[in-house]
Design a protein around this ligand. Structure first.
Ligand code: XMP
Length: 506
């Protein structure tokens, strides 16, 4: 078990991902809310930070409990922090130290640098620099601009590096993390999907016993993997509810419900389309739509949950990024869009919450899903927002607009699959714009709707770029949409990145 103490760096999650990729389990805790007994951990990594150690409000945690007891790797801010308060000197650097640099290892007998190439590329991102090493500090590596790029403290397993081993551009970064964790700290590489499944199923059995659990399925990867895990643990005592809010993709409710049944899940499909459409009538504001949908979902789900006698637990497909976000150093970040599926359900349901995936990243959820033999196609599905097509119909929502958008979306998505482009795209969909434009069909003037197509590449949805889809494909898709979908006479392709745009238009 590895502990990452977070000082608020944007890269902290990446450290955790790299460690997990080494099949080593790790947890992120904010530096100001550390776990009670740090000696339970086999190694500690101190993250970077947006602060300067010299700043007044900078994190200044007490490390005396950690050092000498557990091997420590201090990254960037962590390295400066260690130096600053232990007899070293940290100052603003004269030159900017951002981006690529090449590392020369001085002490290459050190386990930390085993199998790391000479002049290995590392990624720097800091404006302070370590001028003097702390007491008992021994320099291990330098770059042309950074003298103290890596050091250790003599007499203890405490290491510090100024660069970021977790980013992709530090080419041997993962090797360095492995050296620290496996060679120096002696951590076992046992964290595999198989081990996770065994451990989680045993824990769920233990926690839930013979009680009943209710779970809302969405058709997405997270809730499906959570359901299959729970099903493996408690079988028929898992009651799944799959709500059709009428804003899903064309034919999706029926086909996904069918898939769930084939997987042996005890699932009830509830068609509440009319209720959602009613709740949305006349609402054009994006956040208003999300709230109306969130509220309707809770009502429908609550009605259904009450039909199950003596249910004690509510299971959710919450994953690690949501958890980290809600407990991070900076607290939950500003609401740009209120993603309703993260907020949880209201207190009045009085159920105990079970979240079997709360320690997993998305790619790990997919690997666990594969281990559970969930259909590849289901695991590879693009993300789809909880409010569904409602936030892809700009302006107010009517049954007719939903129908039009479902047709357009189906042509686009099926086309991506036929052209073998679906798996190259992280997320795709169509947006119905609230404008009419003039066209000509045969000899007739038309005055109909415009749709936008959006396809992005991303790893986590936080940043994204539009995909360079082949012109032939766009041409064919546009043609098919305009010829087949009545009410649409123009198709455009969205070429905006996130930031500054977002993936969805609302
Ligand atoms: P944005 O538009 O914020 O989207 O760039 C990032 C990712 O989040 C999804 N998204 C939502 N998911 N409820 C959800 O469950 C929402 O209200 C919501 N809004 C956006 C979006 O589809 C993309 O994957």
């Amino acid at each position: 078990n590895v502990l990452i103490l977070d000082f608020g760096s944007q890269y902290t999650q990446l450290i955790a991902r790299r460690v997990r990729e080494l099949n080593i389990y790790c947890e992120i805790h904010p530096y100001n809310k550390p776990p009670e007994d740090i000696t339970n951990y086999k190694a500690v990594i101190l993250s970077g930070s947006p602060f300067s150690v010299r700043g007044e409000n900078a994190p200044h945690p007490d490390l005396s409990e950690i050092r000498k007891k557990v091997p420590v790797l201090a990254v960037c801010y962590g390295a400066q922090y260690l130096a600053h308060f232990n007899g070293g000197k940290v100052e603003a650097s004269e030159i900017r130290e951002y981006g690529r640099a090449n590392l020369s290892v001085i002490k290459d007998e050190e386990a930390l640098f085993e199998n790391i190439r000479e002049n290995s590329q590392v990624w720097m991102s800091h404006s302070d620099t370590i001028k003097e090493l702390p007491e008992n500090g021994v320099r291990l590596a330098s770059t042309p601009d950074v003298l103290n790029a890596a050091y250790r403290i003599e007499g203890e397993d405490t290491y510090a590096i100024q660069f970021h081993p977790e980013v992709y551009h530090s080419t041997d970064g993962k090797q360095l993390l492995e050296n620290f964790l496996v060679k120096i700290a002696g951590v076992e590489q046992e964290w595999t999907p198989e081990a996770f499944v065994d451990m989680t199923v045993a824990e769920l059995k233990d926690k839930i016993g013979d009680e009943k659990v209710v779970l809302g399925l969405s058709g997405g990867v997270d809730s499906t993997v959570a359901a299959v895990l729970l099903h493996k643990a408690i079988g028929k005592n898992l009651y799944c509810i799959f709500v059709n809010n009428g804003l899903l993709r064309k034919g999706e409710f029926e086909s996904v419900l069918d898939q769930y049944k084939h997987m042996g899940l005890n699932v009830k499909g509830v068609d509440a389309s009319a209720r959602f459409l009613d709740a949305l009538a006349g609402i054009s504001d994006p956040e208003g739509k999300r709230k109306a949908i969130g509220k309707a979902f809770i009502e429908v789900f609550d009605d259904e949950a009450h039909l199950i006698k003596d249910v004690k637990f509510l299971a959710q497909g919450t994953i690690y990024p949501d958890v980290i976000e809600s407990i991070s150093v900076n607290g939950p970040s500003a609401t740009i869009k209120s993603h309703h599926n993260v907020g949880g359900l209201p207190d009045f349901m009085k159920l105990q919450v079970v979240e079997p995936l709360r320690m997993l990243f998305k790619d790990e959820v997919r690997r666990v899903g594969a281990e559970l033999e969930i259909d590849k196609e289901l695991l590879g599905r693009h993300p789809f927002p909880g409010p569904g097509l409602a936030i892809r119909i700009l302006g107010d929502i009517t049954a007719e607009k939903v129908r039009v958008l479902q047709e357009v979306d189906a042509i686009f998505i099926n086309g991506l699959k036929e052209w073998m482009l679906y798996d190259k795209v992280w997320q795709a969909g169509a947006i119905l714009l609230p404008v009419n434009s003039v066209g000509v069909m045969g000899d007739e003037r038309t005055y109909e709707k415009v749709v936008a197509l959006r396809a992005v590449e991303s790893t986590d949805g936080m940043t994204a770029d539009w995909v360079n889809l082949p012109y032939d494909f766009l041409q064919k898709t546009s043609n098919t949409i305009i010829n087949r979908v009545k009410g649409v006479n123009r198709v455009v392709y969205d070429i905006s990145s996130k930031p500054p745009a977002t993936i969805e238009w609302e």
